[in-house]
Design a protein around this ligand. Structure first.
Ligand code: ADP
Ligand code: ADP
Ligand code: ZN
Length: 225
């Protein structure tokens, strides 16, 4: 399965791609997570990206396209992948098409998660993740079952992203509207683009995405996947 999840910051791309990864056994590829790992490691890529990310802008297409090219060719992507947070500009979408063409891979679907801006701000400001396994939580919408303990790995450590503060959120939403939203017409013209109501509860959003996957003929996952 080869899938793109599109949507503004806070729409639920990470949440849904993690659910799909577990259910369908395909790799989630989050360019945001990859960049944060580079920043944490203090690598040259991380040093280049950090300032831009902190300011809520978009990292250069060249850098992102190189990162994705290397990642998609890895063995763990053999069963397919879910792209989360990439592409974010028309040049990135074009570069991805070229890459897929070269490797003779077809996208099954591009799914847009639609969420109102007021709700996005609320979602981003309450977001936190498990420091150990990366599971996402929310102060209001998804607390761990036992307060302070990760549901998945039992860790007691959680982190909040440096760019999830009110000042930066507006810059990120602007970047989405100006640079990312123009890829919607691109995909409408070239691939199968579907819109899902991202305002619904998490499991309802998941059901809607699965309905799209059935519609495009992605095989149902086996029980073990
Ligand atoms: P969100 O989950 O809120 O949509 P991400 O984790 O995907 O945010 O991205 C965090 C930041 O990393 C972005 O604000 C941007 O600076 C950078 N980034 C991530 N993916 C890309 C990309 N495809 N192109 C350019 N910049 C990116
Ligand atoms: P994205 O990857 O698109 O930036 P996330 O998946 O990180 O978005 O979701 C942003 C925040 O909103 C997280 O704290 C997450 O727990 C919460 N969230 C995700 N989907 C929903 C939903 N359908 N309803 C309520 N909260 C949600
Ligand atoms: Zn955890």
């Amino acid at each position: 399965m080869e899938l793109i999840l599109l949507g503004p910051p806070g729409a639920g791309k990470g949440t849904q791609s993690k659910l799909l990864e577990a259910r369908y056994g395909v790799a989630q590829i989050s360019t945001g997570d990859m960049l944060r790992a580079e920043v944490k490691a203090g690598s040259p890529i991380g040093q280049e990206a950090k300032k831009i990310m902190d300011a809520g802008g978009l990292v250069s297409d060249d850098l992102i396209i190189r990162m994705i090219g290397e990642r998609i060719s890895r063995p763990e992507c053999e069963n397919g992948f879910i792209l989360d947070g990439f592409p974010r500009t028309v040049p990135q979408a074009e570069a991805l098409d070229k890459l897929l063409h070269e490797t003779k891979v077809d996208l099954d679907a591009v799914i847009e998660l639609k969420v109102d801006e007021v709700v996005l701000v609320e979602r981003i400001s309450g977001r936190f993740t498990c420091a150990k396994c990366g599971t996402g939580y929310h102060d209001t919408f998804k607390q761990p079952k036992i307060s302070g303990v990760c549901d998945i790995c039992g860790s007691h450590e959680f982190t909040r992203r440096a760019d999830d503060k009110a000042e930066t959120v507006h810059a990120r939403l602007e970047a989405y509207n100006a640079q990312t939203a123009p890829i919607l017409p691109y995909y409408r013209a070239k691939h199968r683009l579907f819109s899902v109501d991202g305002m619904a509860e998490m499991d309802e959003v998941e059901r809607q995405i699965e309905a799209v996957l059935r519609e495009v003929g992605v095989p149902e996952p086996t029980a073990s996947a």
